[in-house]
Design a protein around this ligand. Structure first.
Ligand SMILES: NC(=O)c1ccc[n+]([C@@H]2O[C@H](COP(=O)([O-])OP(=O)(O)OC[C@H]3O[C@@H](n4cnc5c(N)ncnc54)[C@H](OP(=O)(O)O)[C@@H]3O)[C@@H](O)[C@H]2O)c1
Length: 183
């Protein structure tokens, strides 16, 4: 099974604007059922992990079904209203991240584990050596500021690129945390 981060992103590397608005993303044209669209990928996914702001966005927009009823972990220190199939936990240390990952992989039952975001959460999973792939759909817009895609240096290998509607859809293998440039 694969642990993957699948996300839309602005051309300048933000997955939400500073107000957690995604209208710049959801208003763009993409065929979800076509190459690298979410409906194509969704059948592979068996469990989901996300941060508190991402869950809050889903709740605020009545989009909790985006996780399709799969076992879901929301990493948080906040108190959220209970939701079916959703566990609210903190993962403050790398050991916490590793044990949560093991639990989620088991719950995924042989399917892939979907890291929904945000970027800092995914960076922690990369630091723990637990992320295999990055799937990024680049929208034709720059935001100037917002929630970063992946606020860490990570070495990647480009595996796949397709155009789908307004988006450049990319898939990368995660080689590992990067090191500082020499000199
Ligand atoms: N473009 C896309 O396709 C896409 C995909 C995903 C998300 N998004 C959007 O991007 C934005 C992401 O927001 P964000 O950058 O704030 O990231 P986030 O991961 O959604 O939320 C960050 C918060 O989650 C909690 N958290 C994260 N990691 C944790 C850990 N290991 N243990 C315990 N709590 C943890 C912390 O909040 P507390 O300590 O306060 O609980 C942290 O402040 C959201 O607006 C979301 O809707 C967009």
């Amino acid at each position: 099974m694969t642990t993957l981060f699948y996300t839309g992103c602005s051309l300048d590397g933000f997955i939400a604007d500073p107000d957690h608005d995604l209208s710049w993303l959801v208003s763009r044209d993409i065929d979800m059922g076509s190459a690298m669209g979410f409906e194509t990928v969704q059948p592979r996914l068996g469990a989901a992990v996300m941060g508190a702001s991402t869950w809050q966005w889903l709740v605020d927009h009545g989009e909790e079904a985006a996780v399709g009823g799969m076992p879901t972990w929301v990493l948080t220190h906040r108190d959220f209203a209970p939701a079916d199939g959703v566990r609210f936990v903190a993962a403050d240390t790398l050991d916490d991240v590793r044990s949560l990952h093991a639990e989620a992989v088991e719950a995924a039952g042989g399917k892939d584990l979907w890291l929904v975001g945000g970027g800092a959460l995914v960076a922690r999973f990369v630091e723990a050596g637990l992320v295999d792939e990055l799937w990024v759909q680049l929208a034709p817009v720059t935001l100037g500021a917002g929630a970063p895609l992946l606020p860490a240096r990570v070495e990647l290998q480009l595996e796949e690129v397709v155009r789908n509607g307004d988006f450049v859809c990319t898939r990368y293998t995660v080689l590992g945390p990067g090191s500082a440039p020499v000199g």
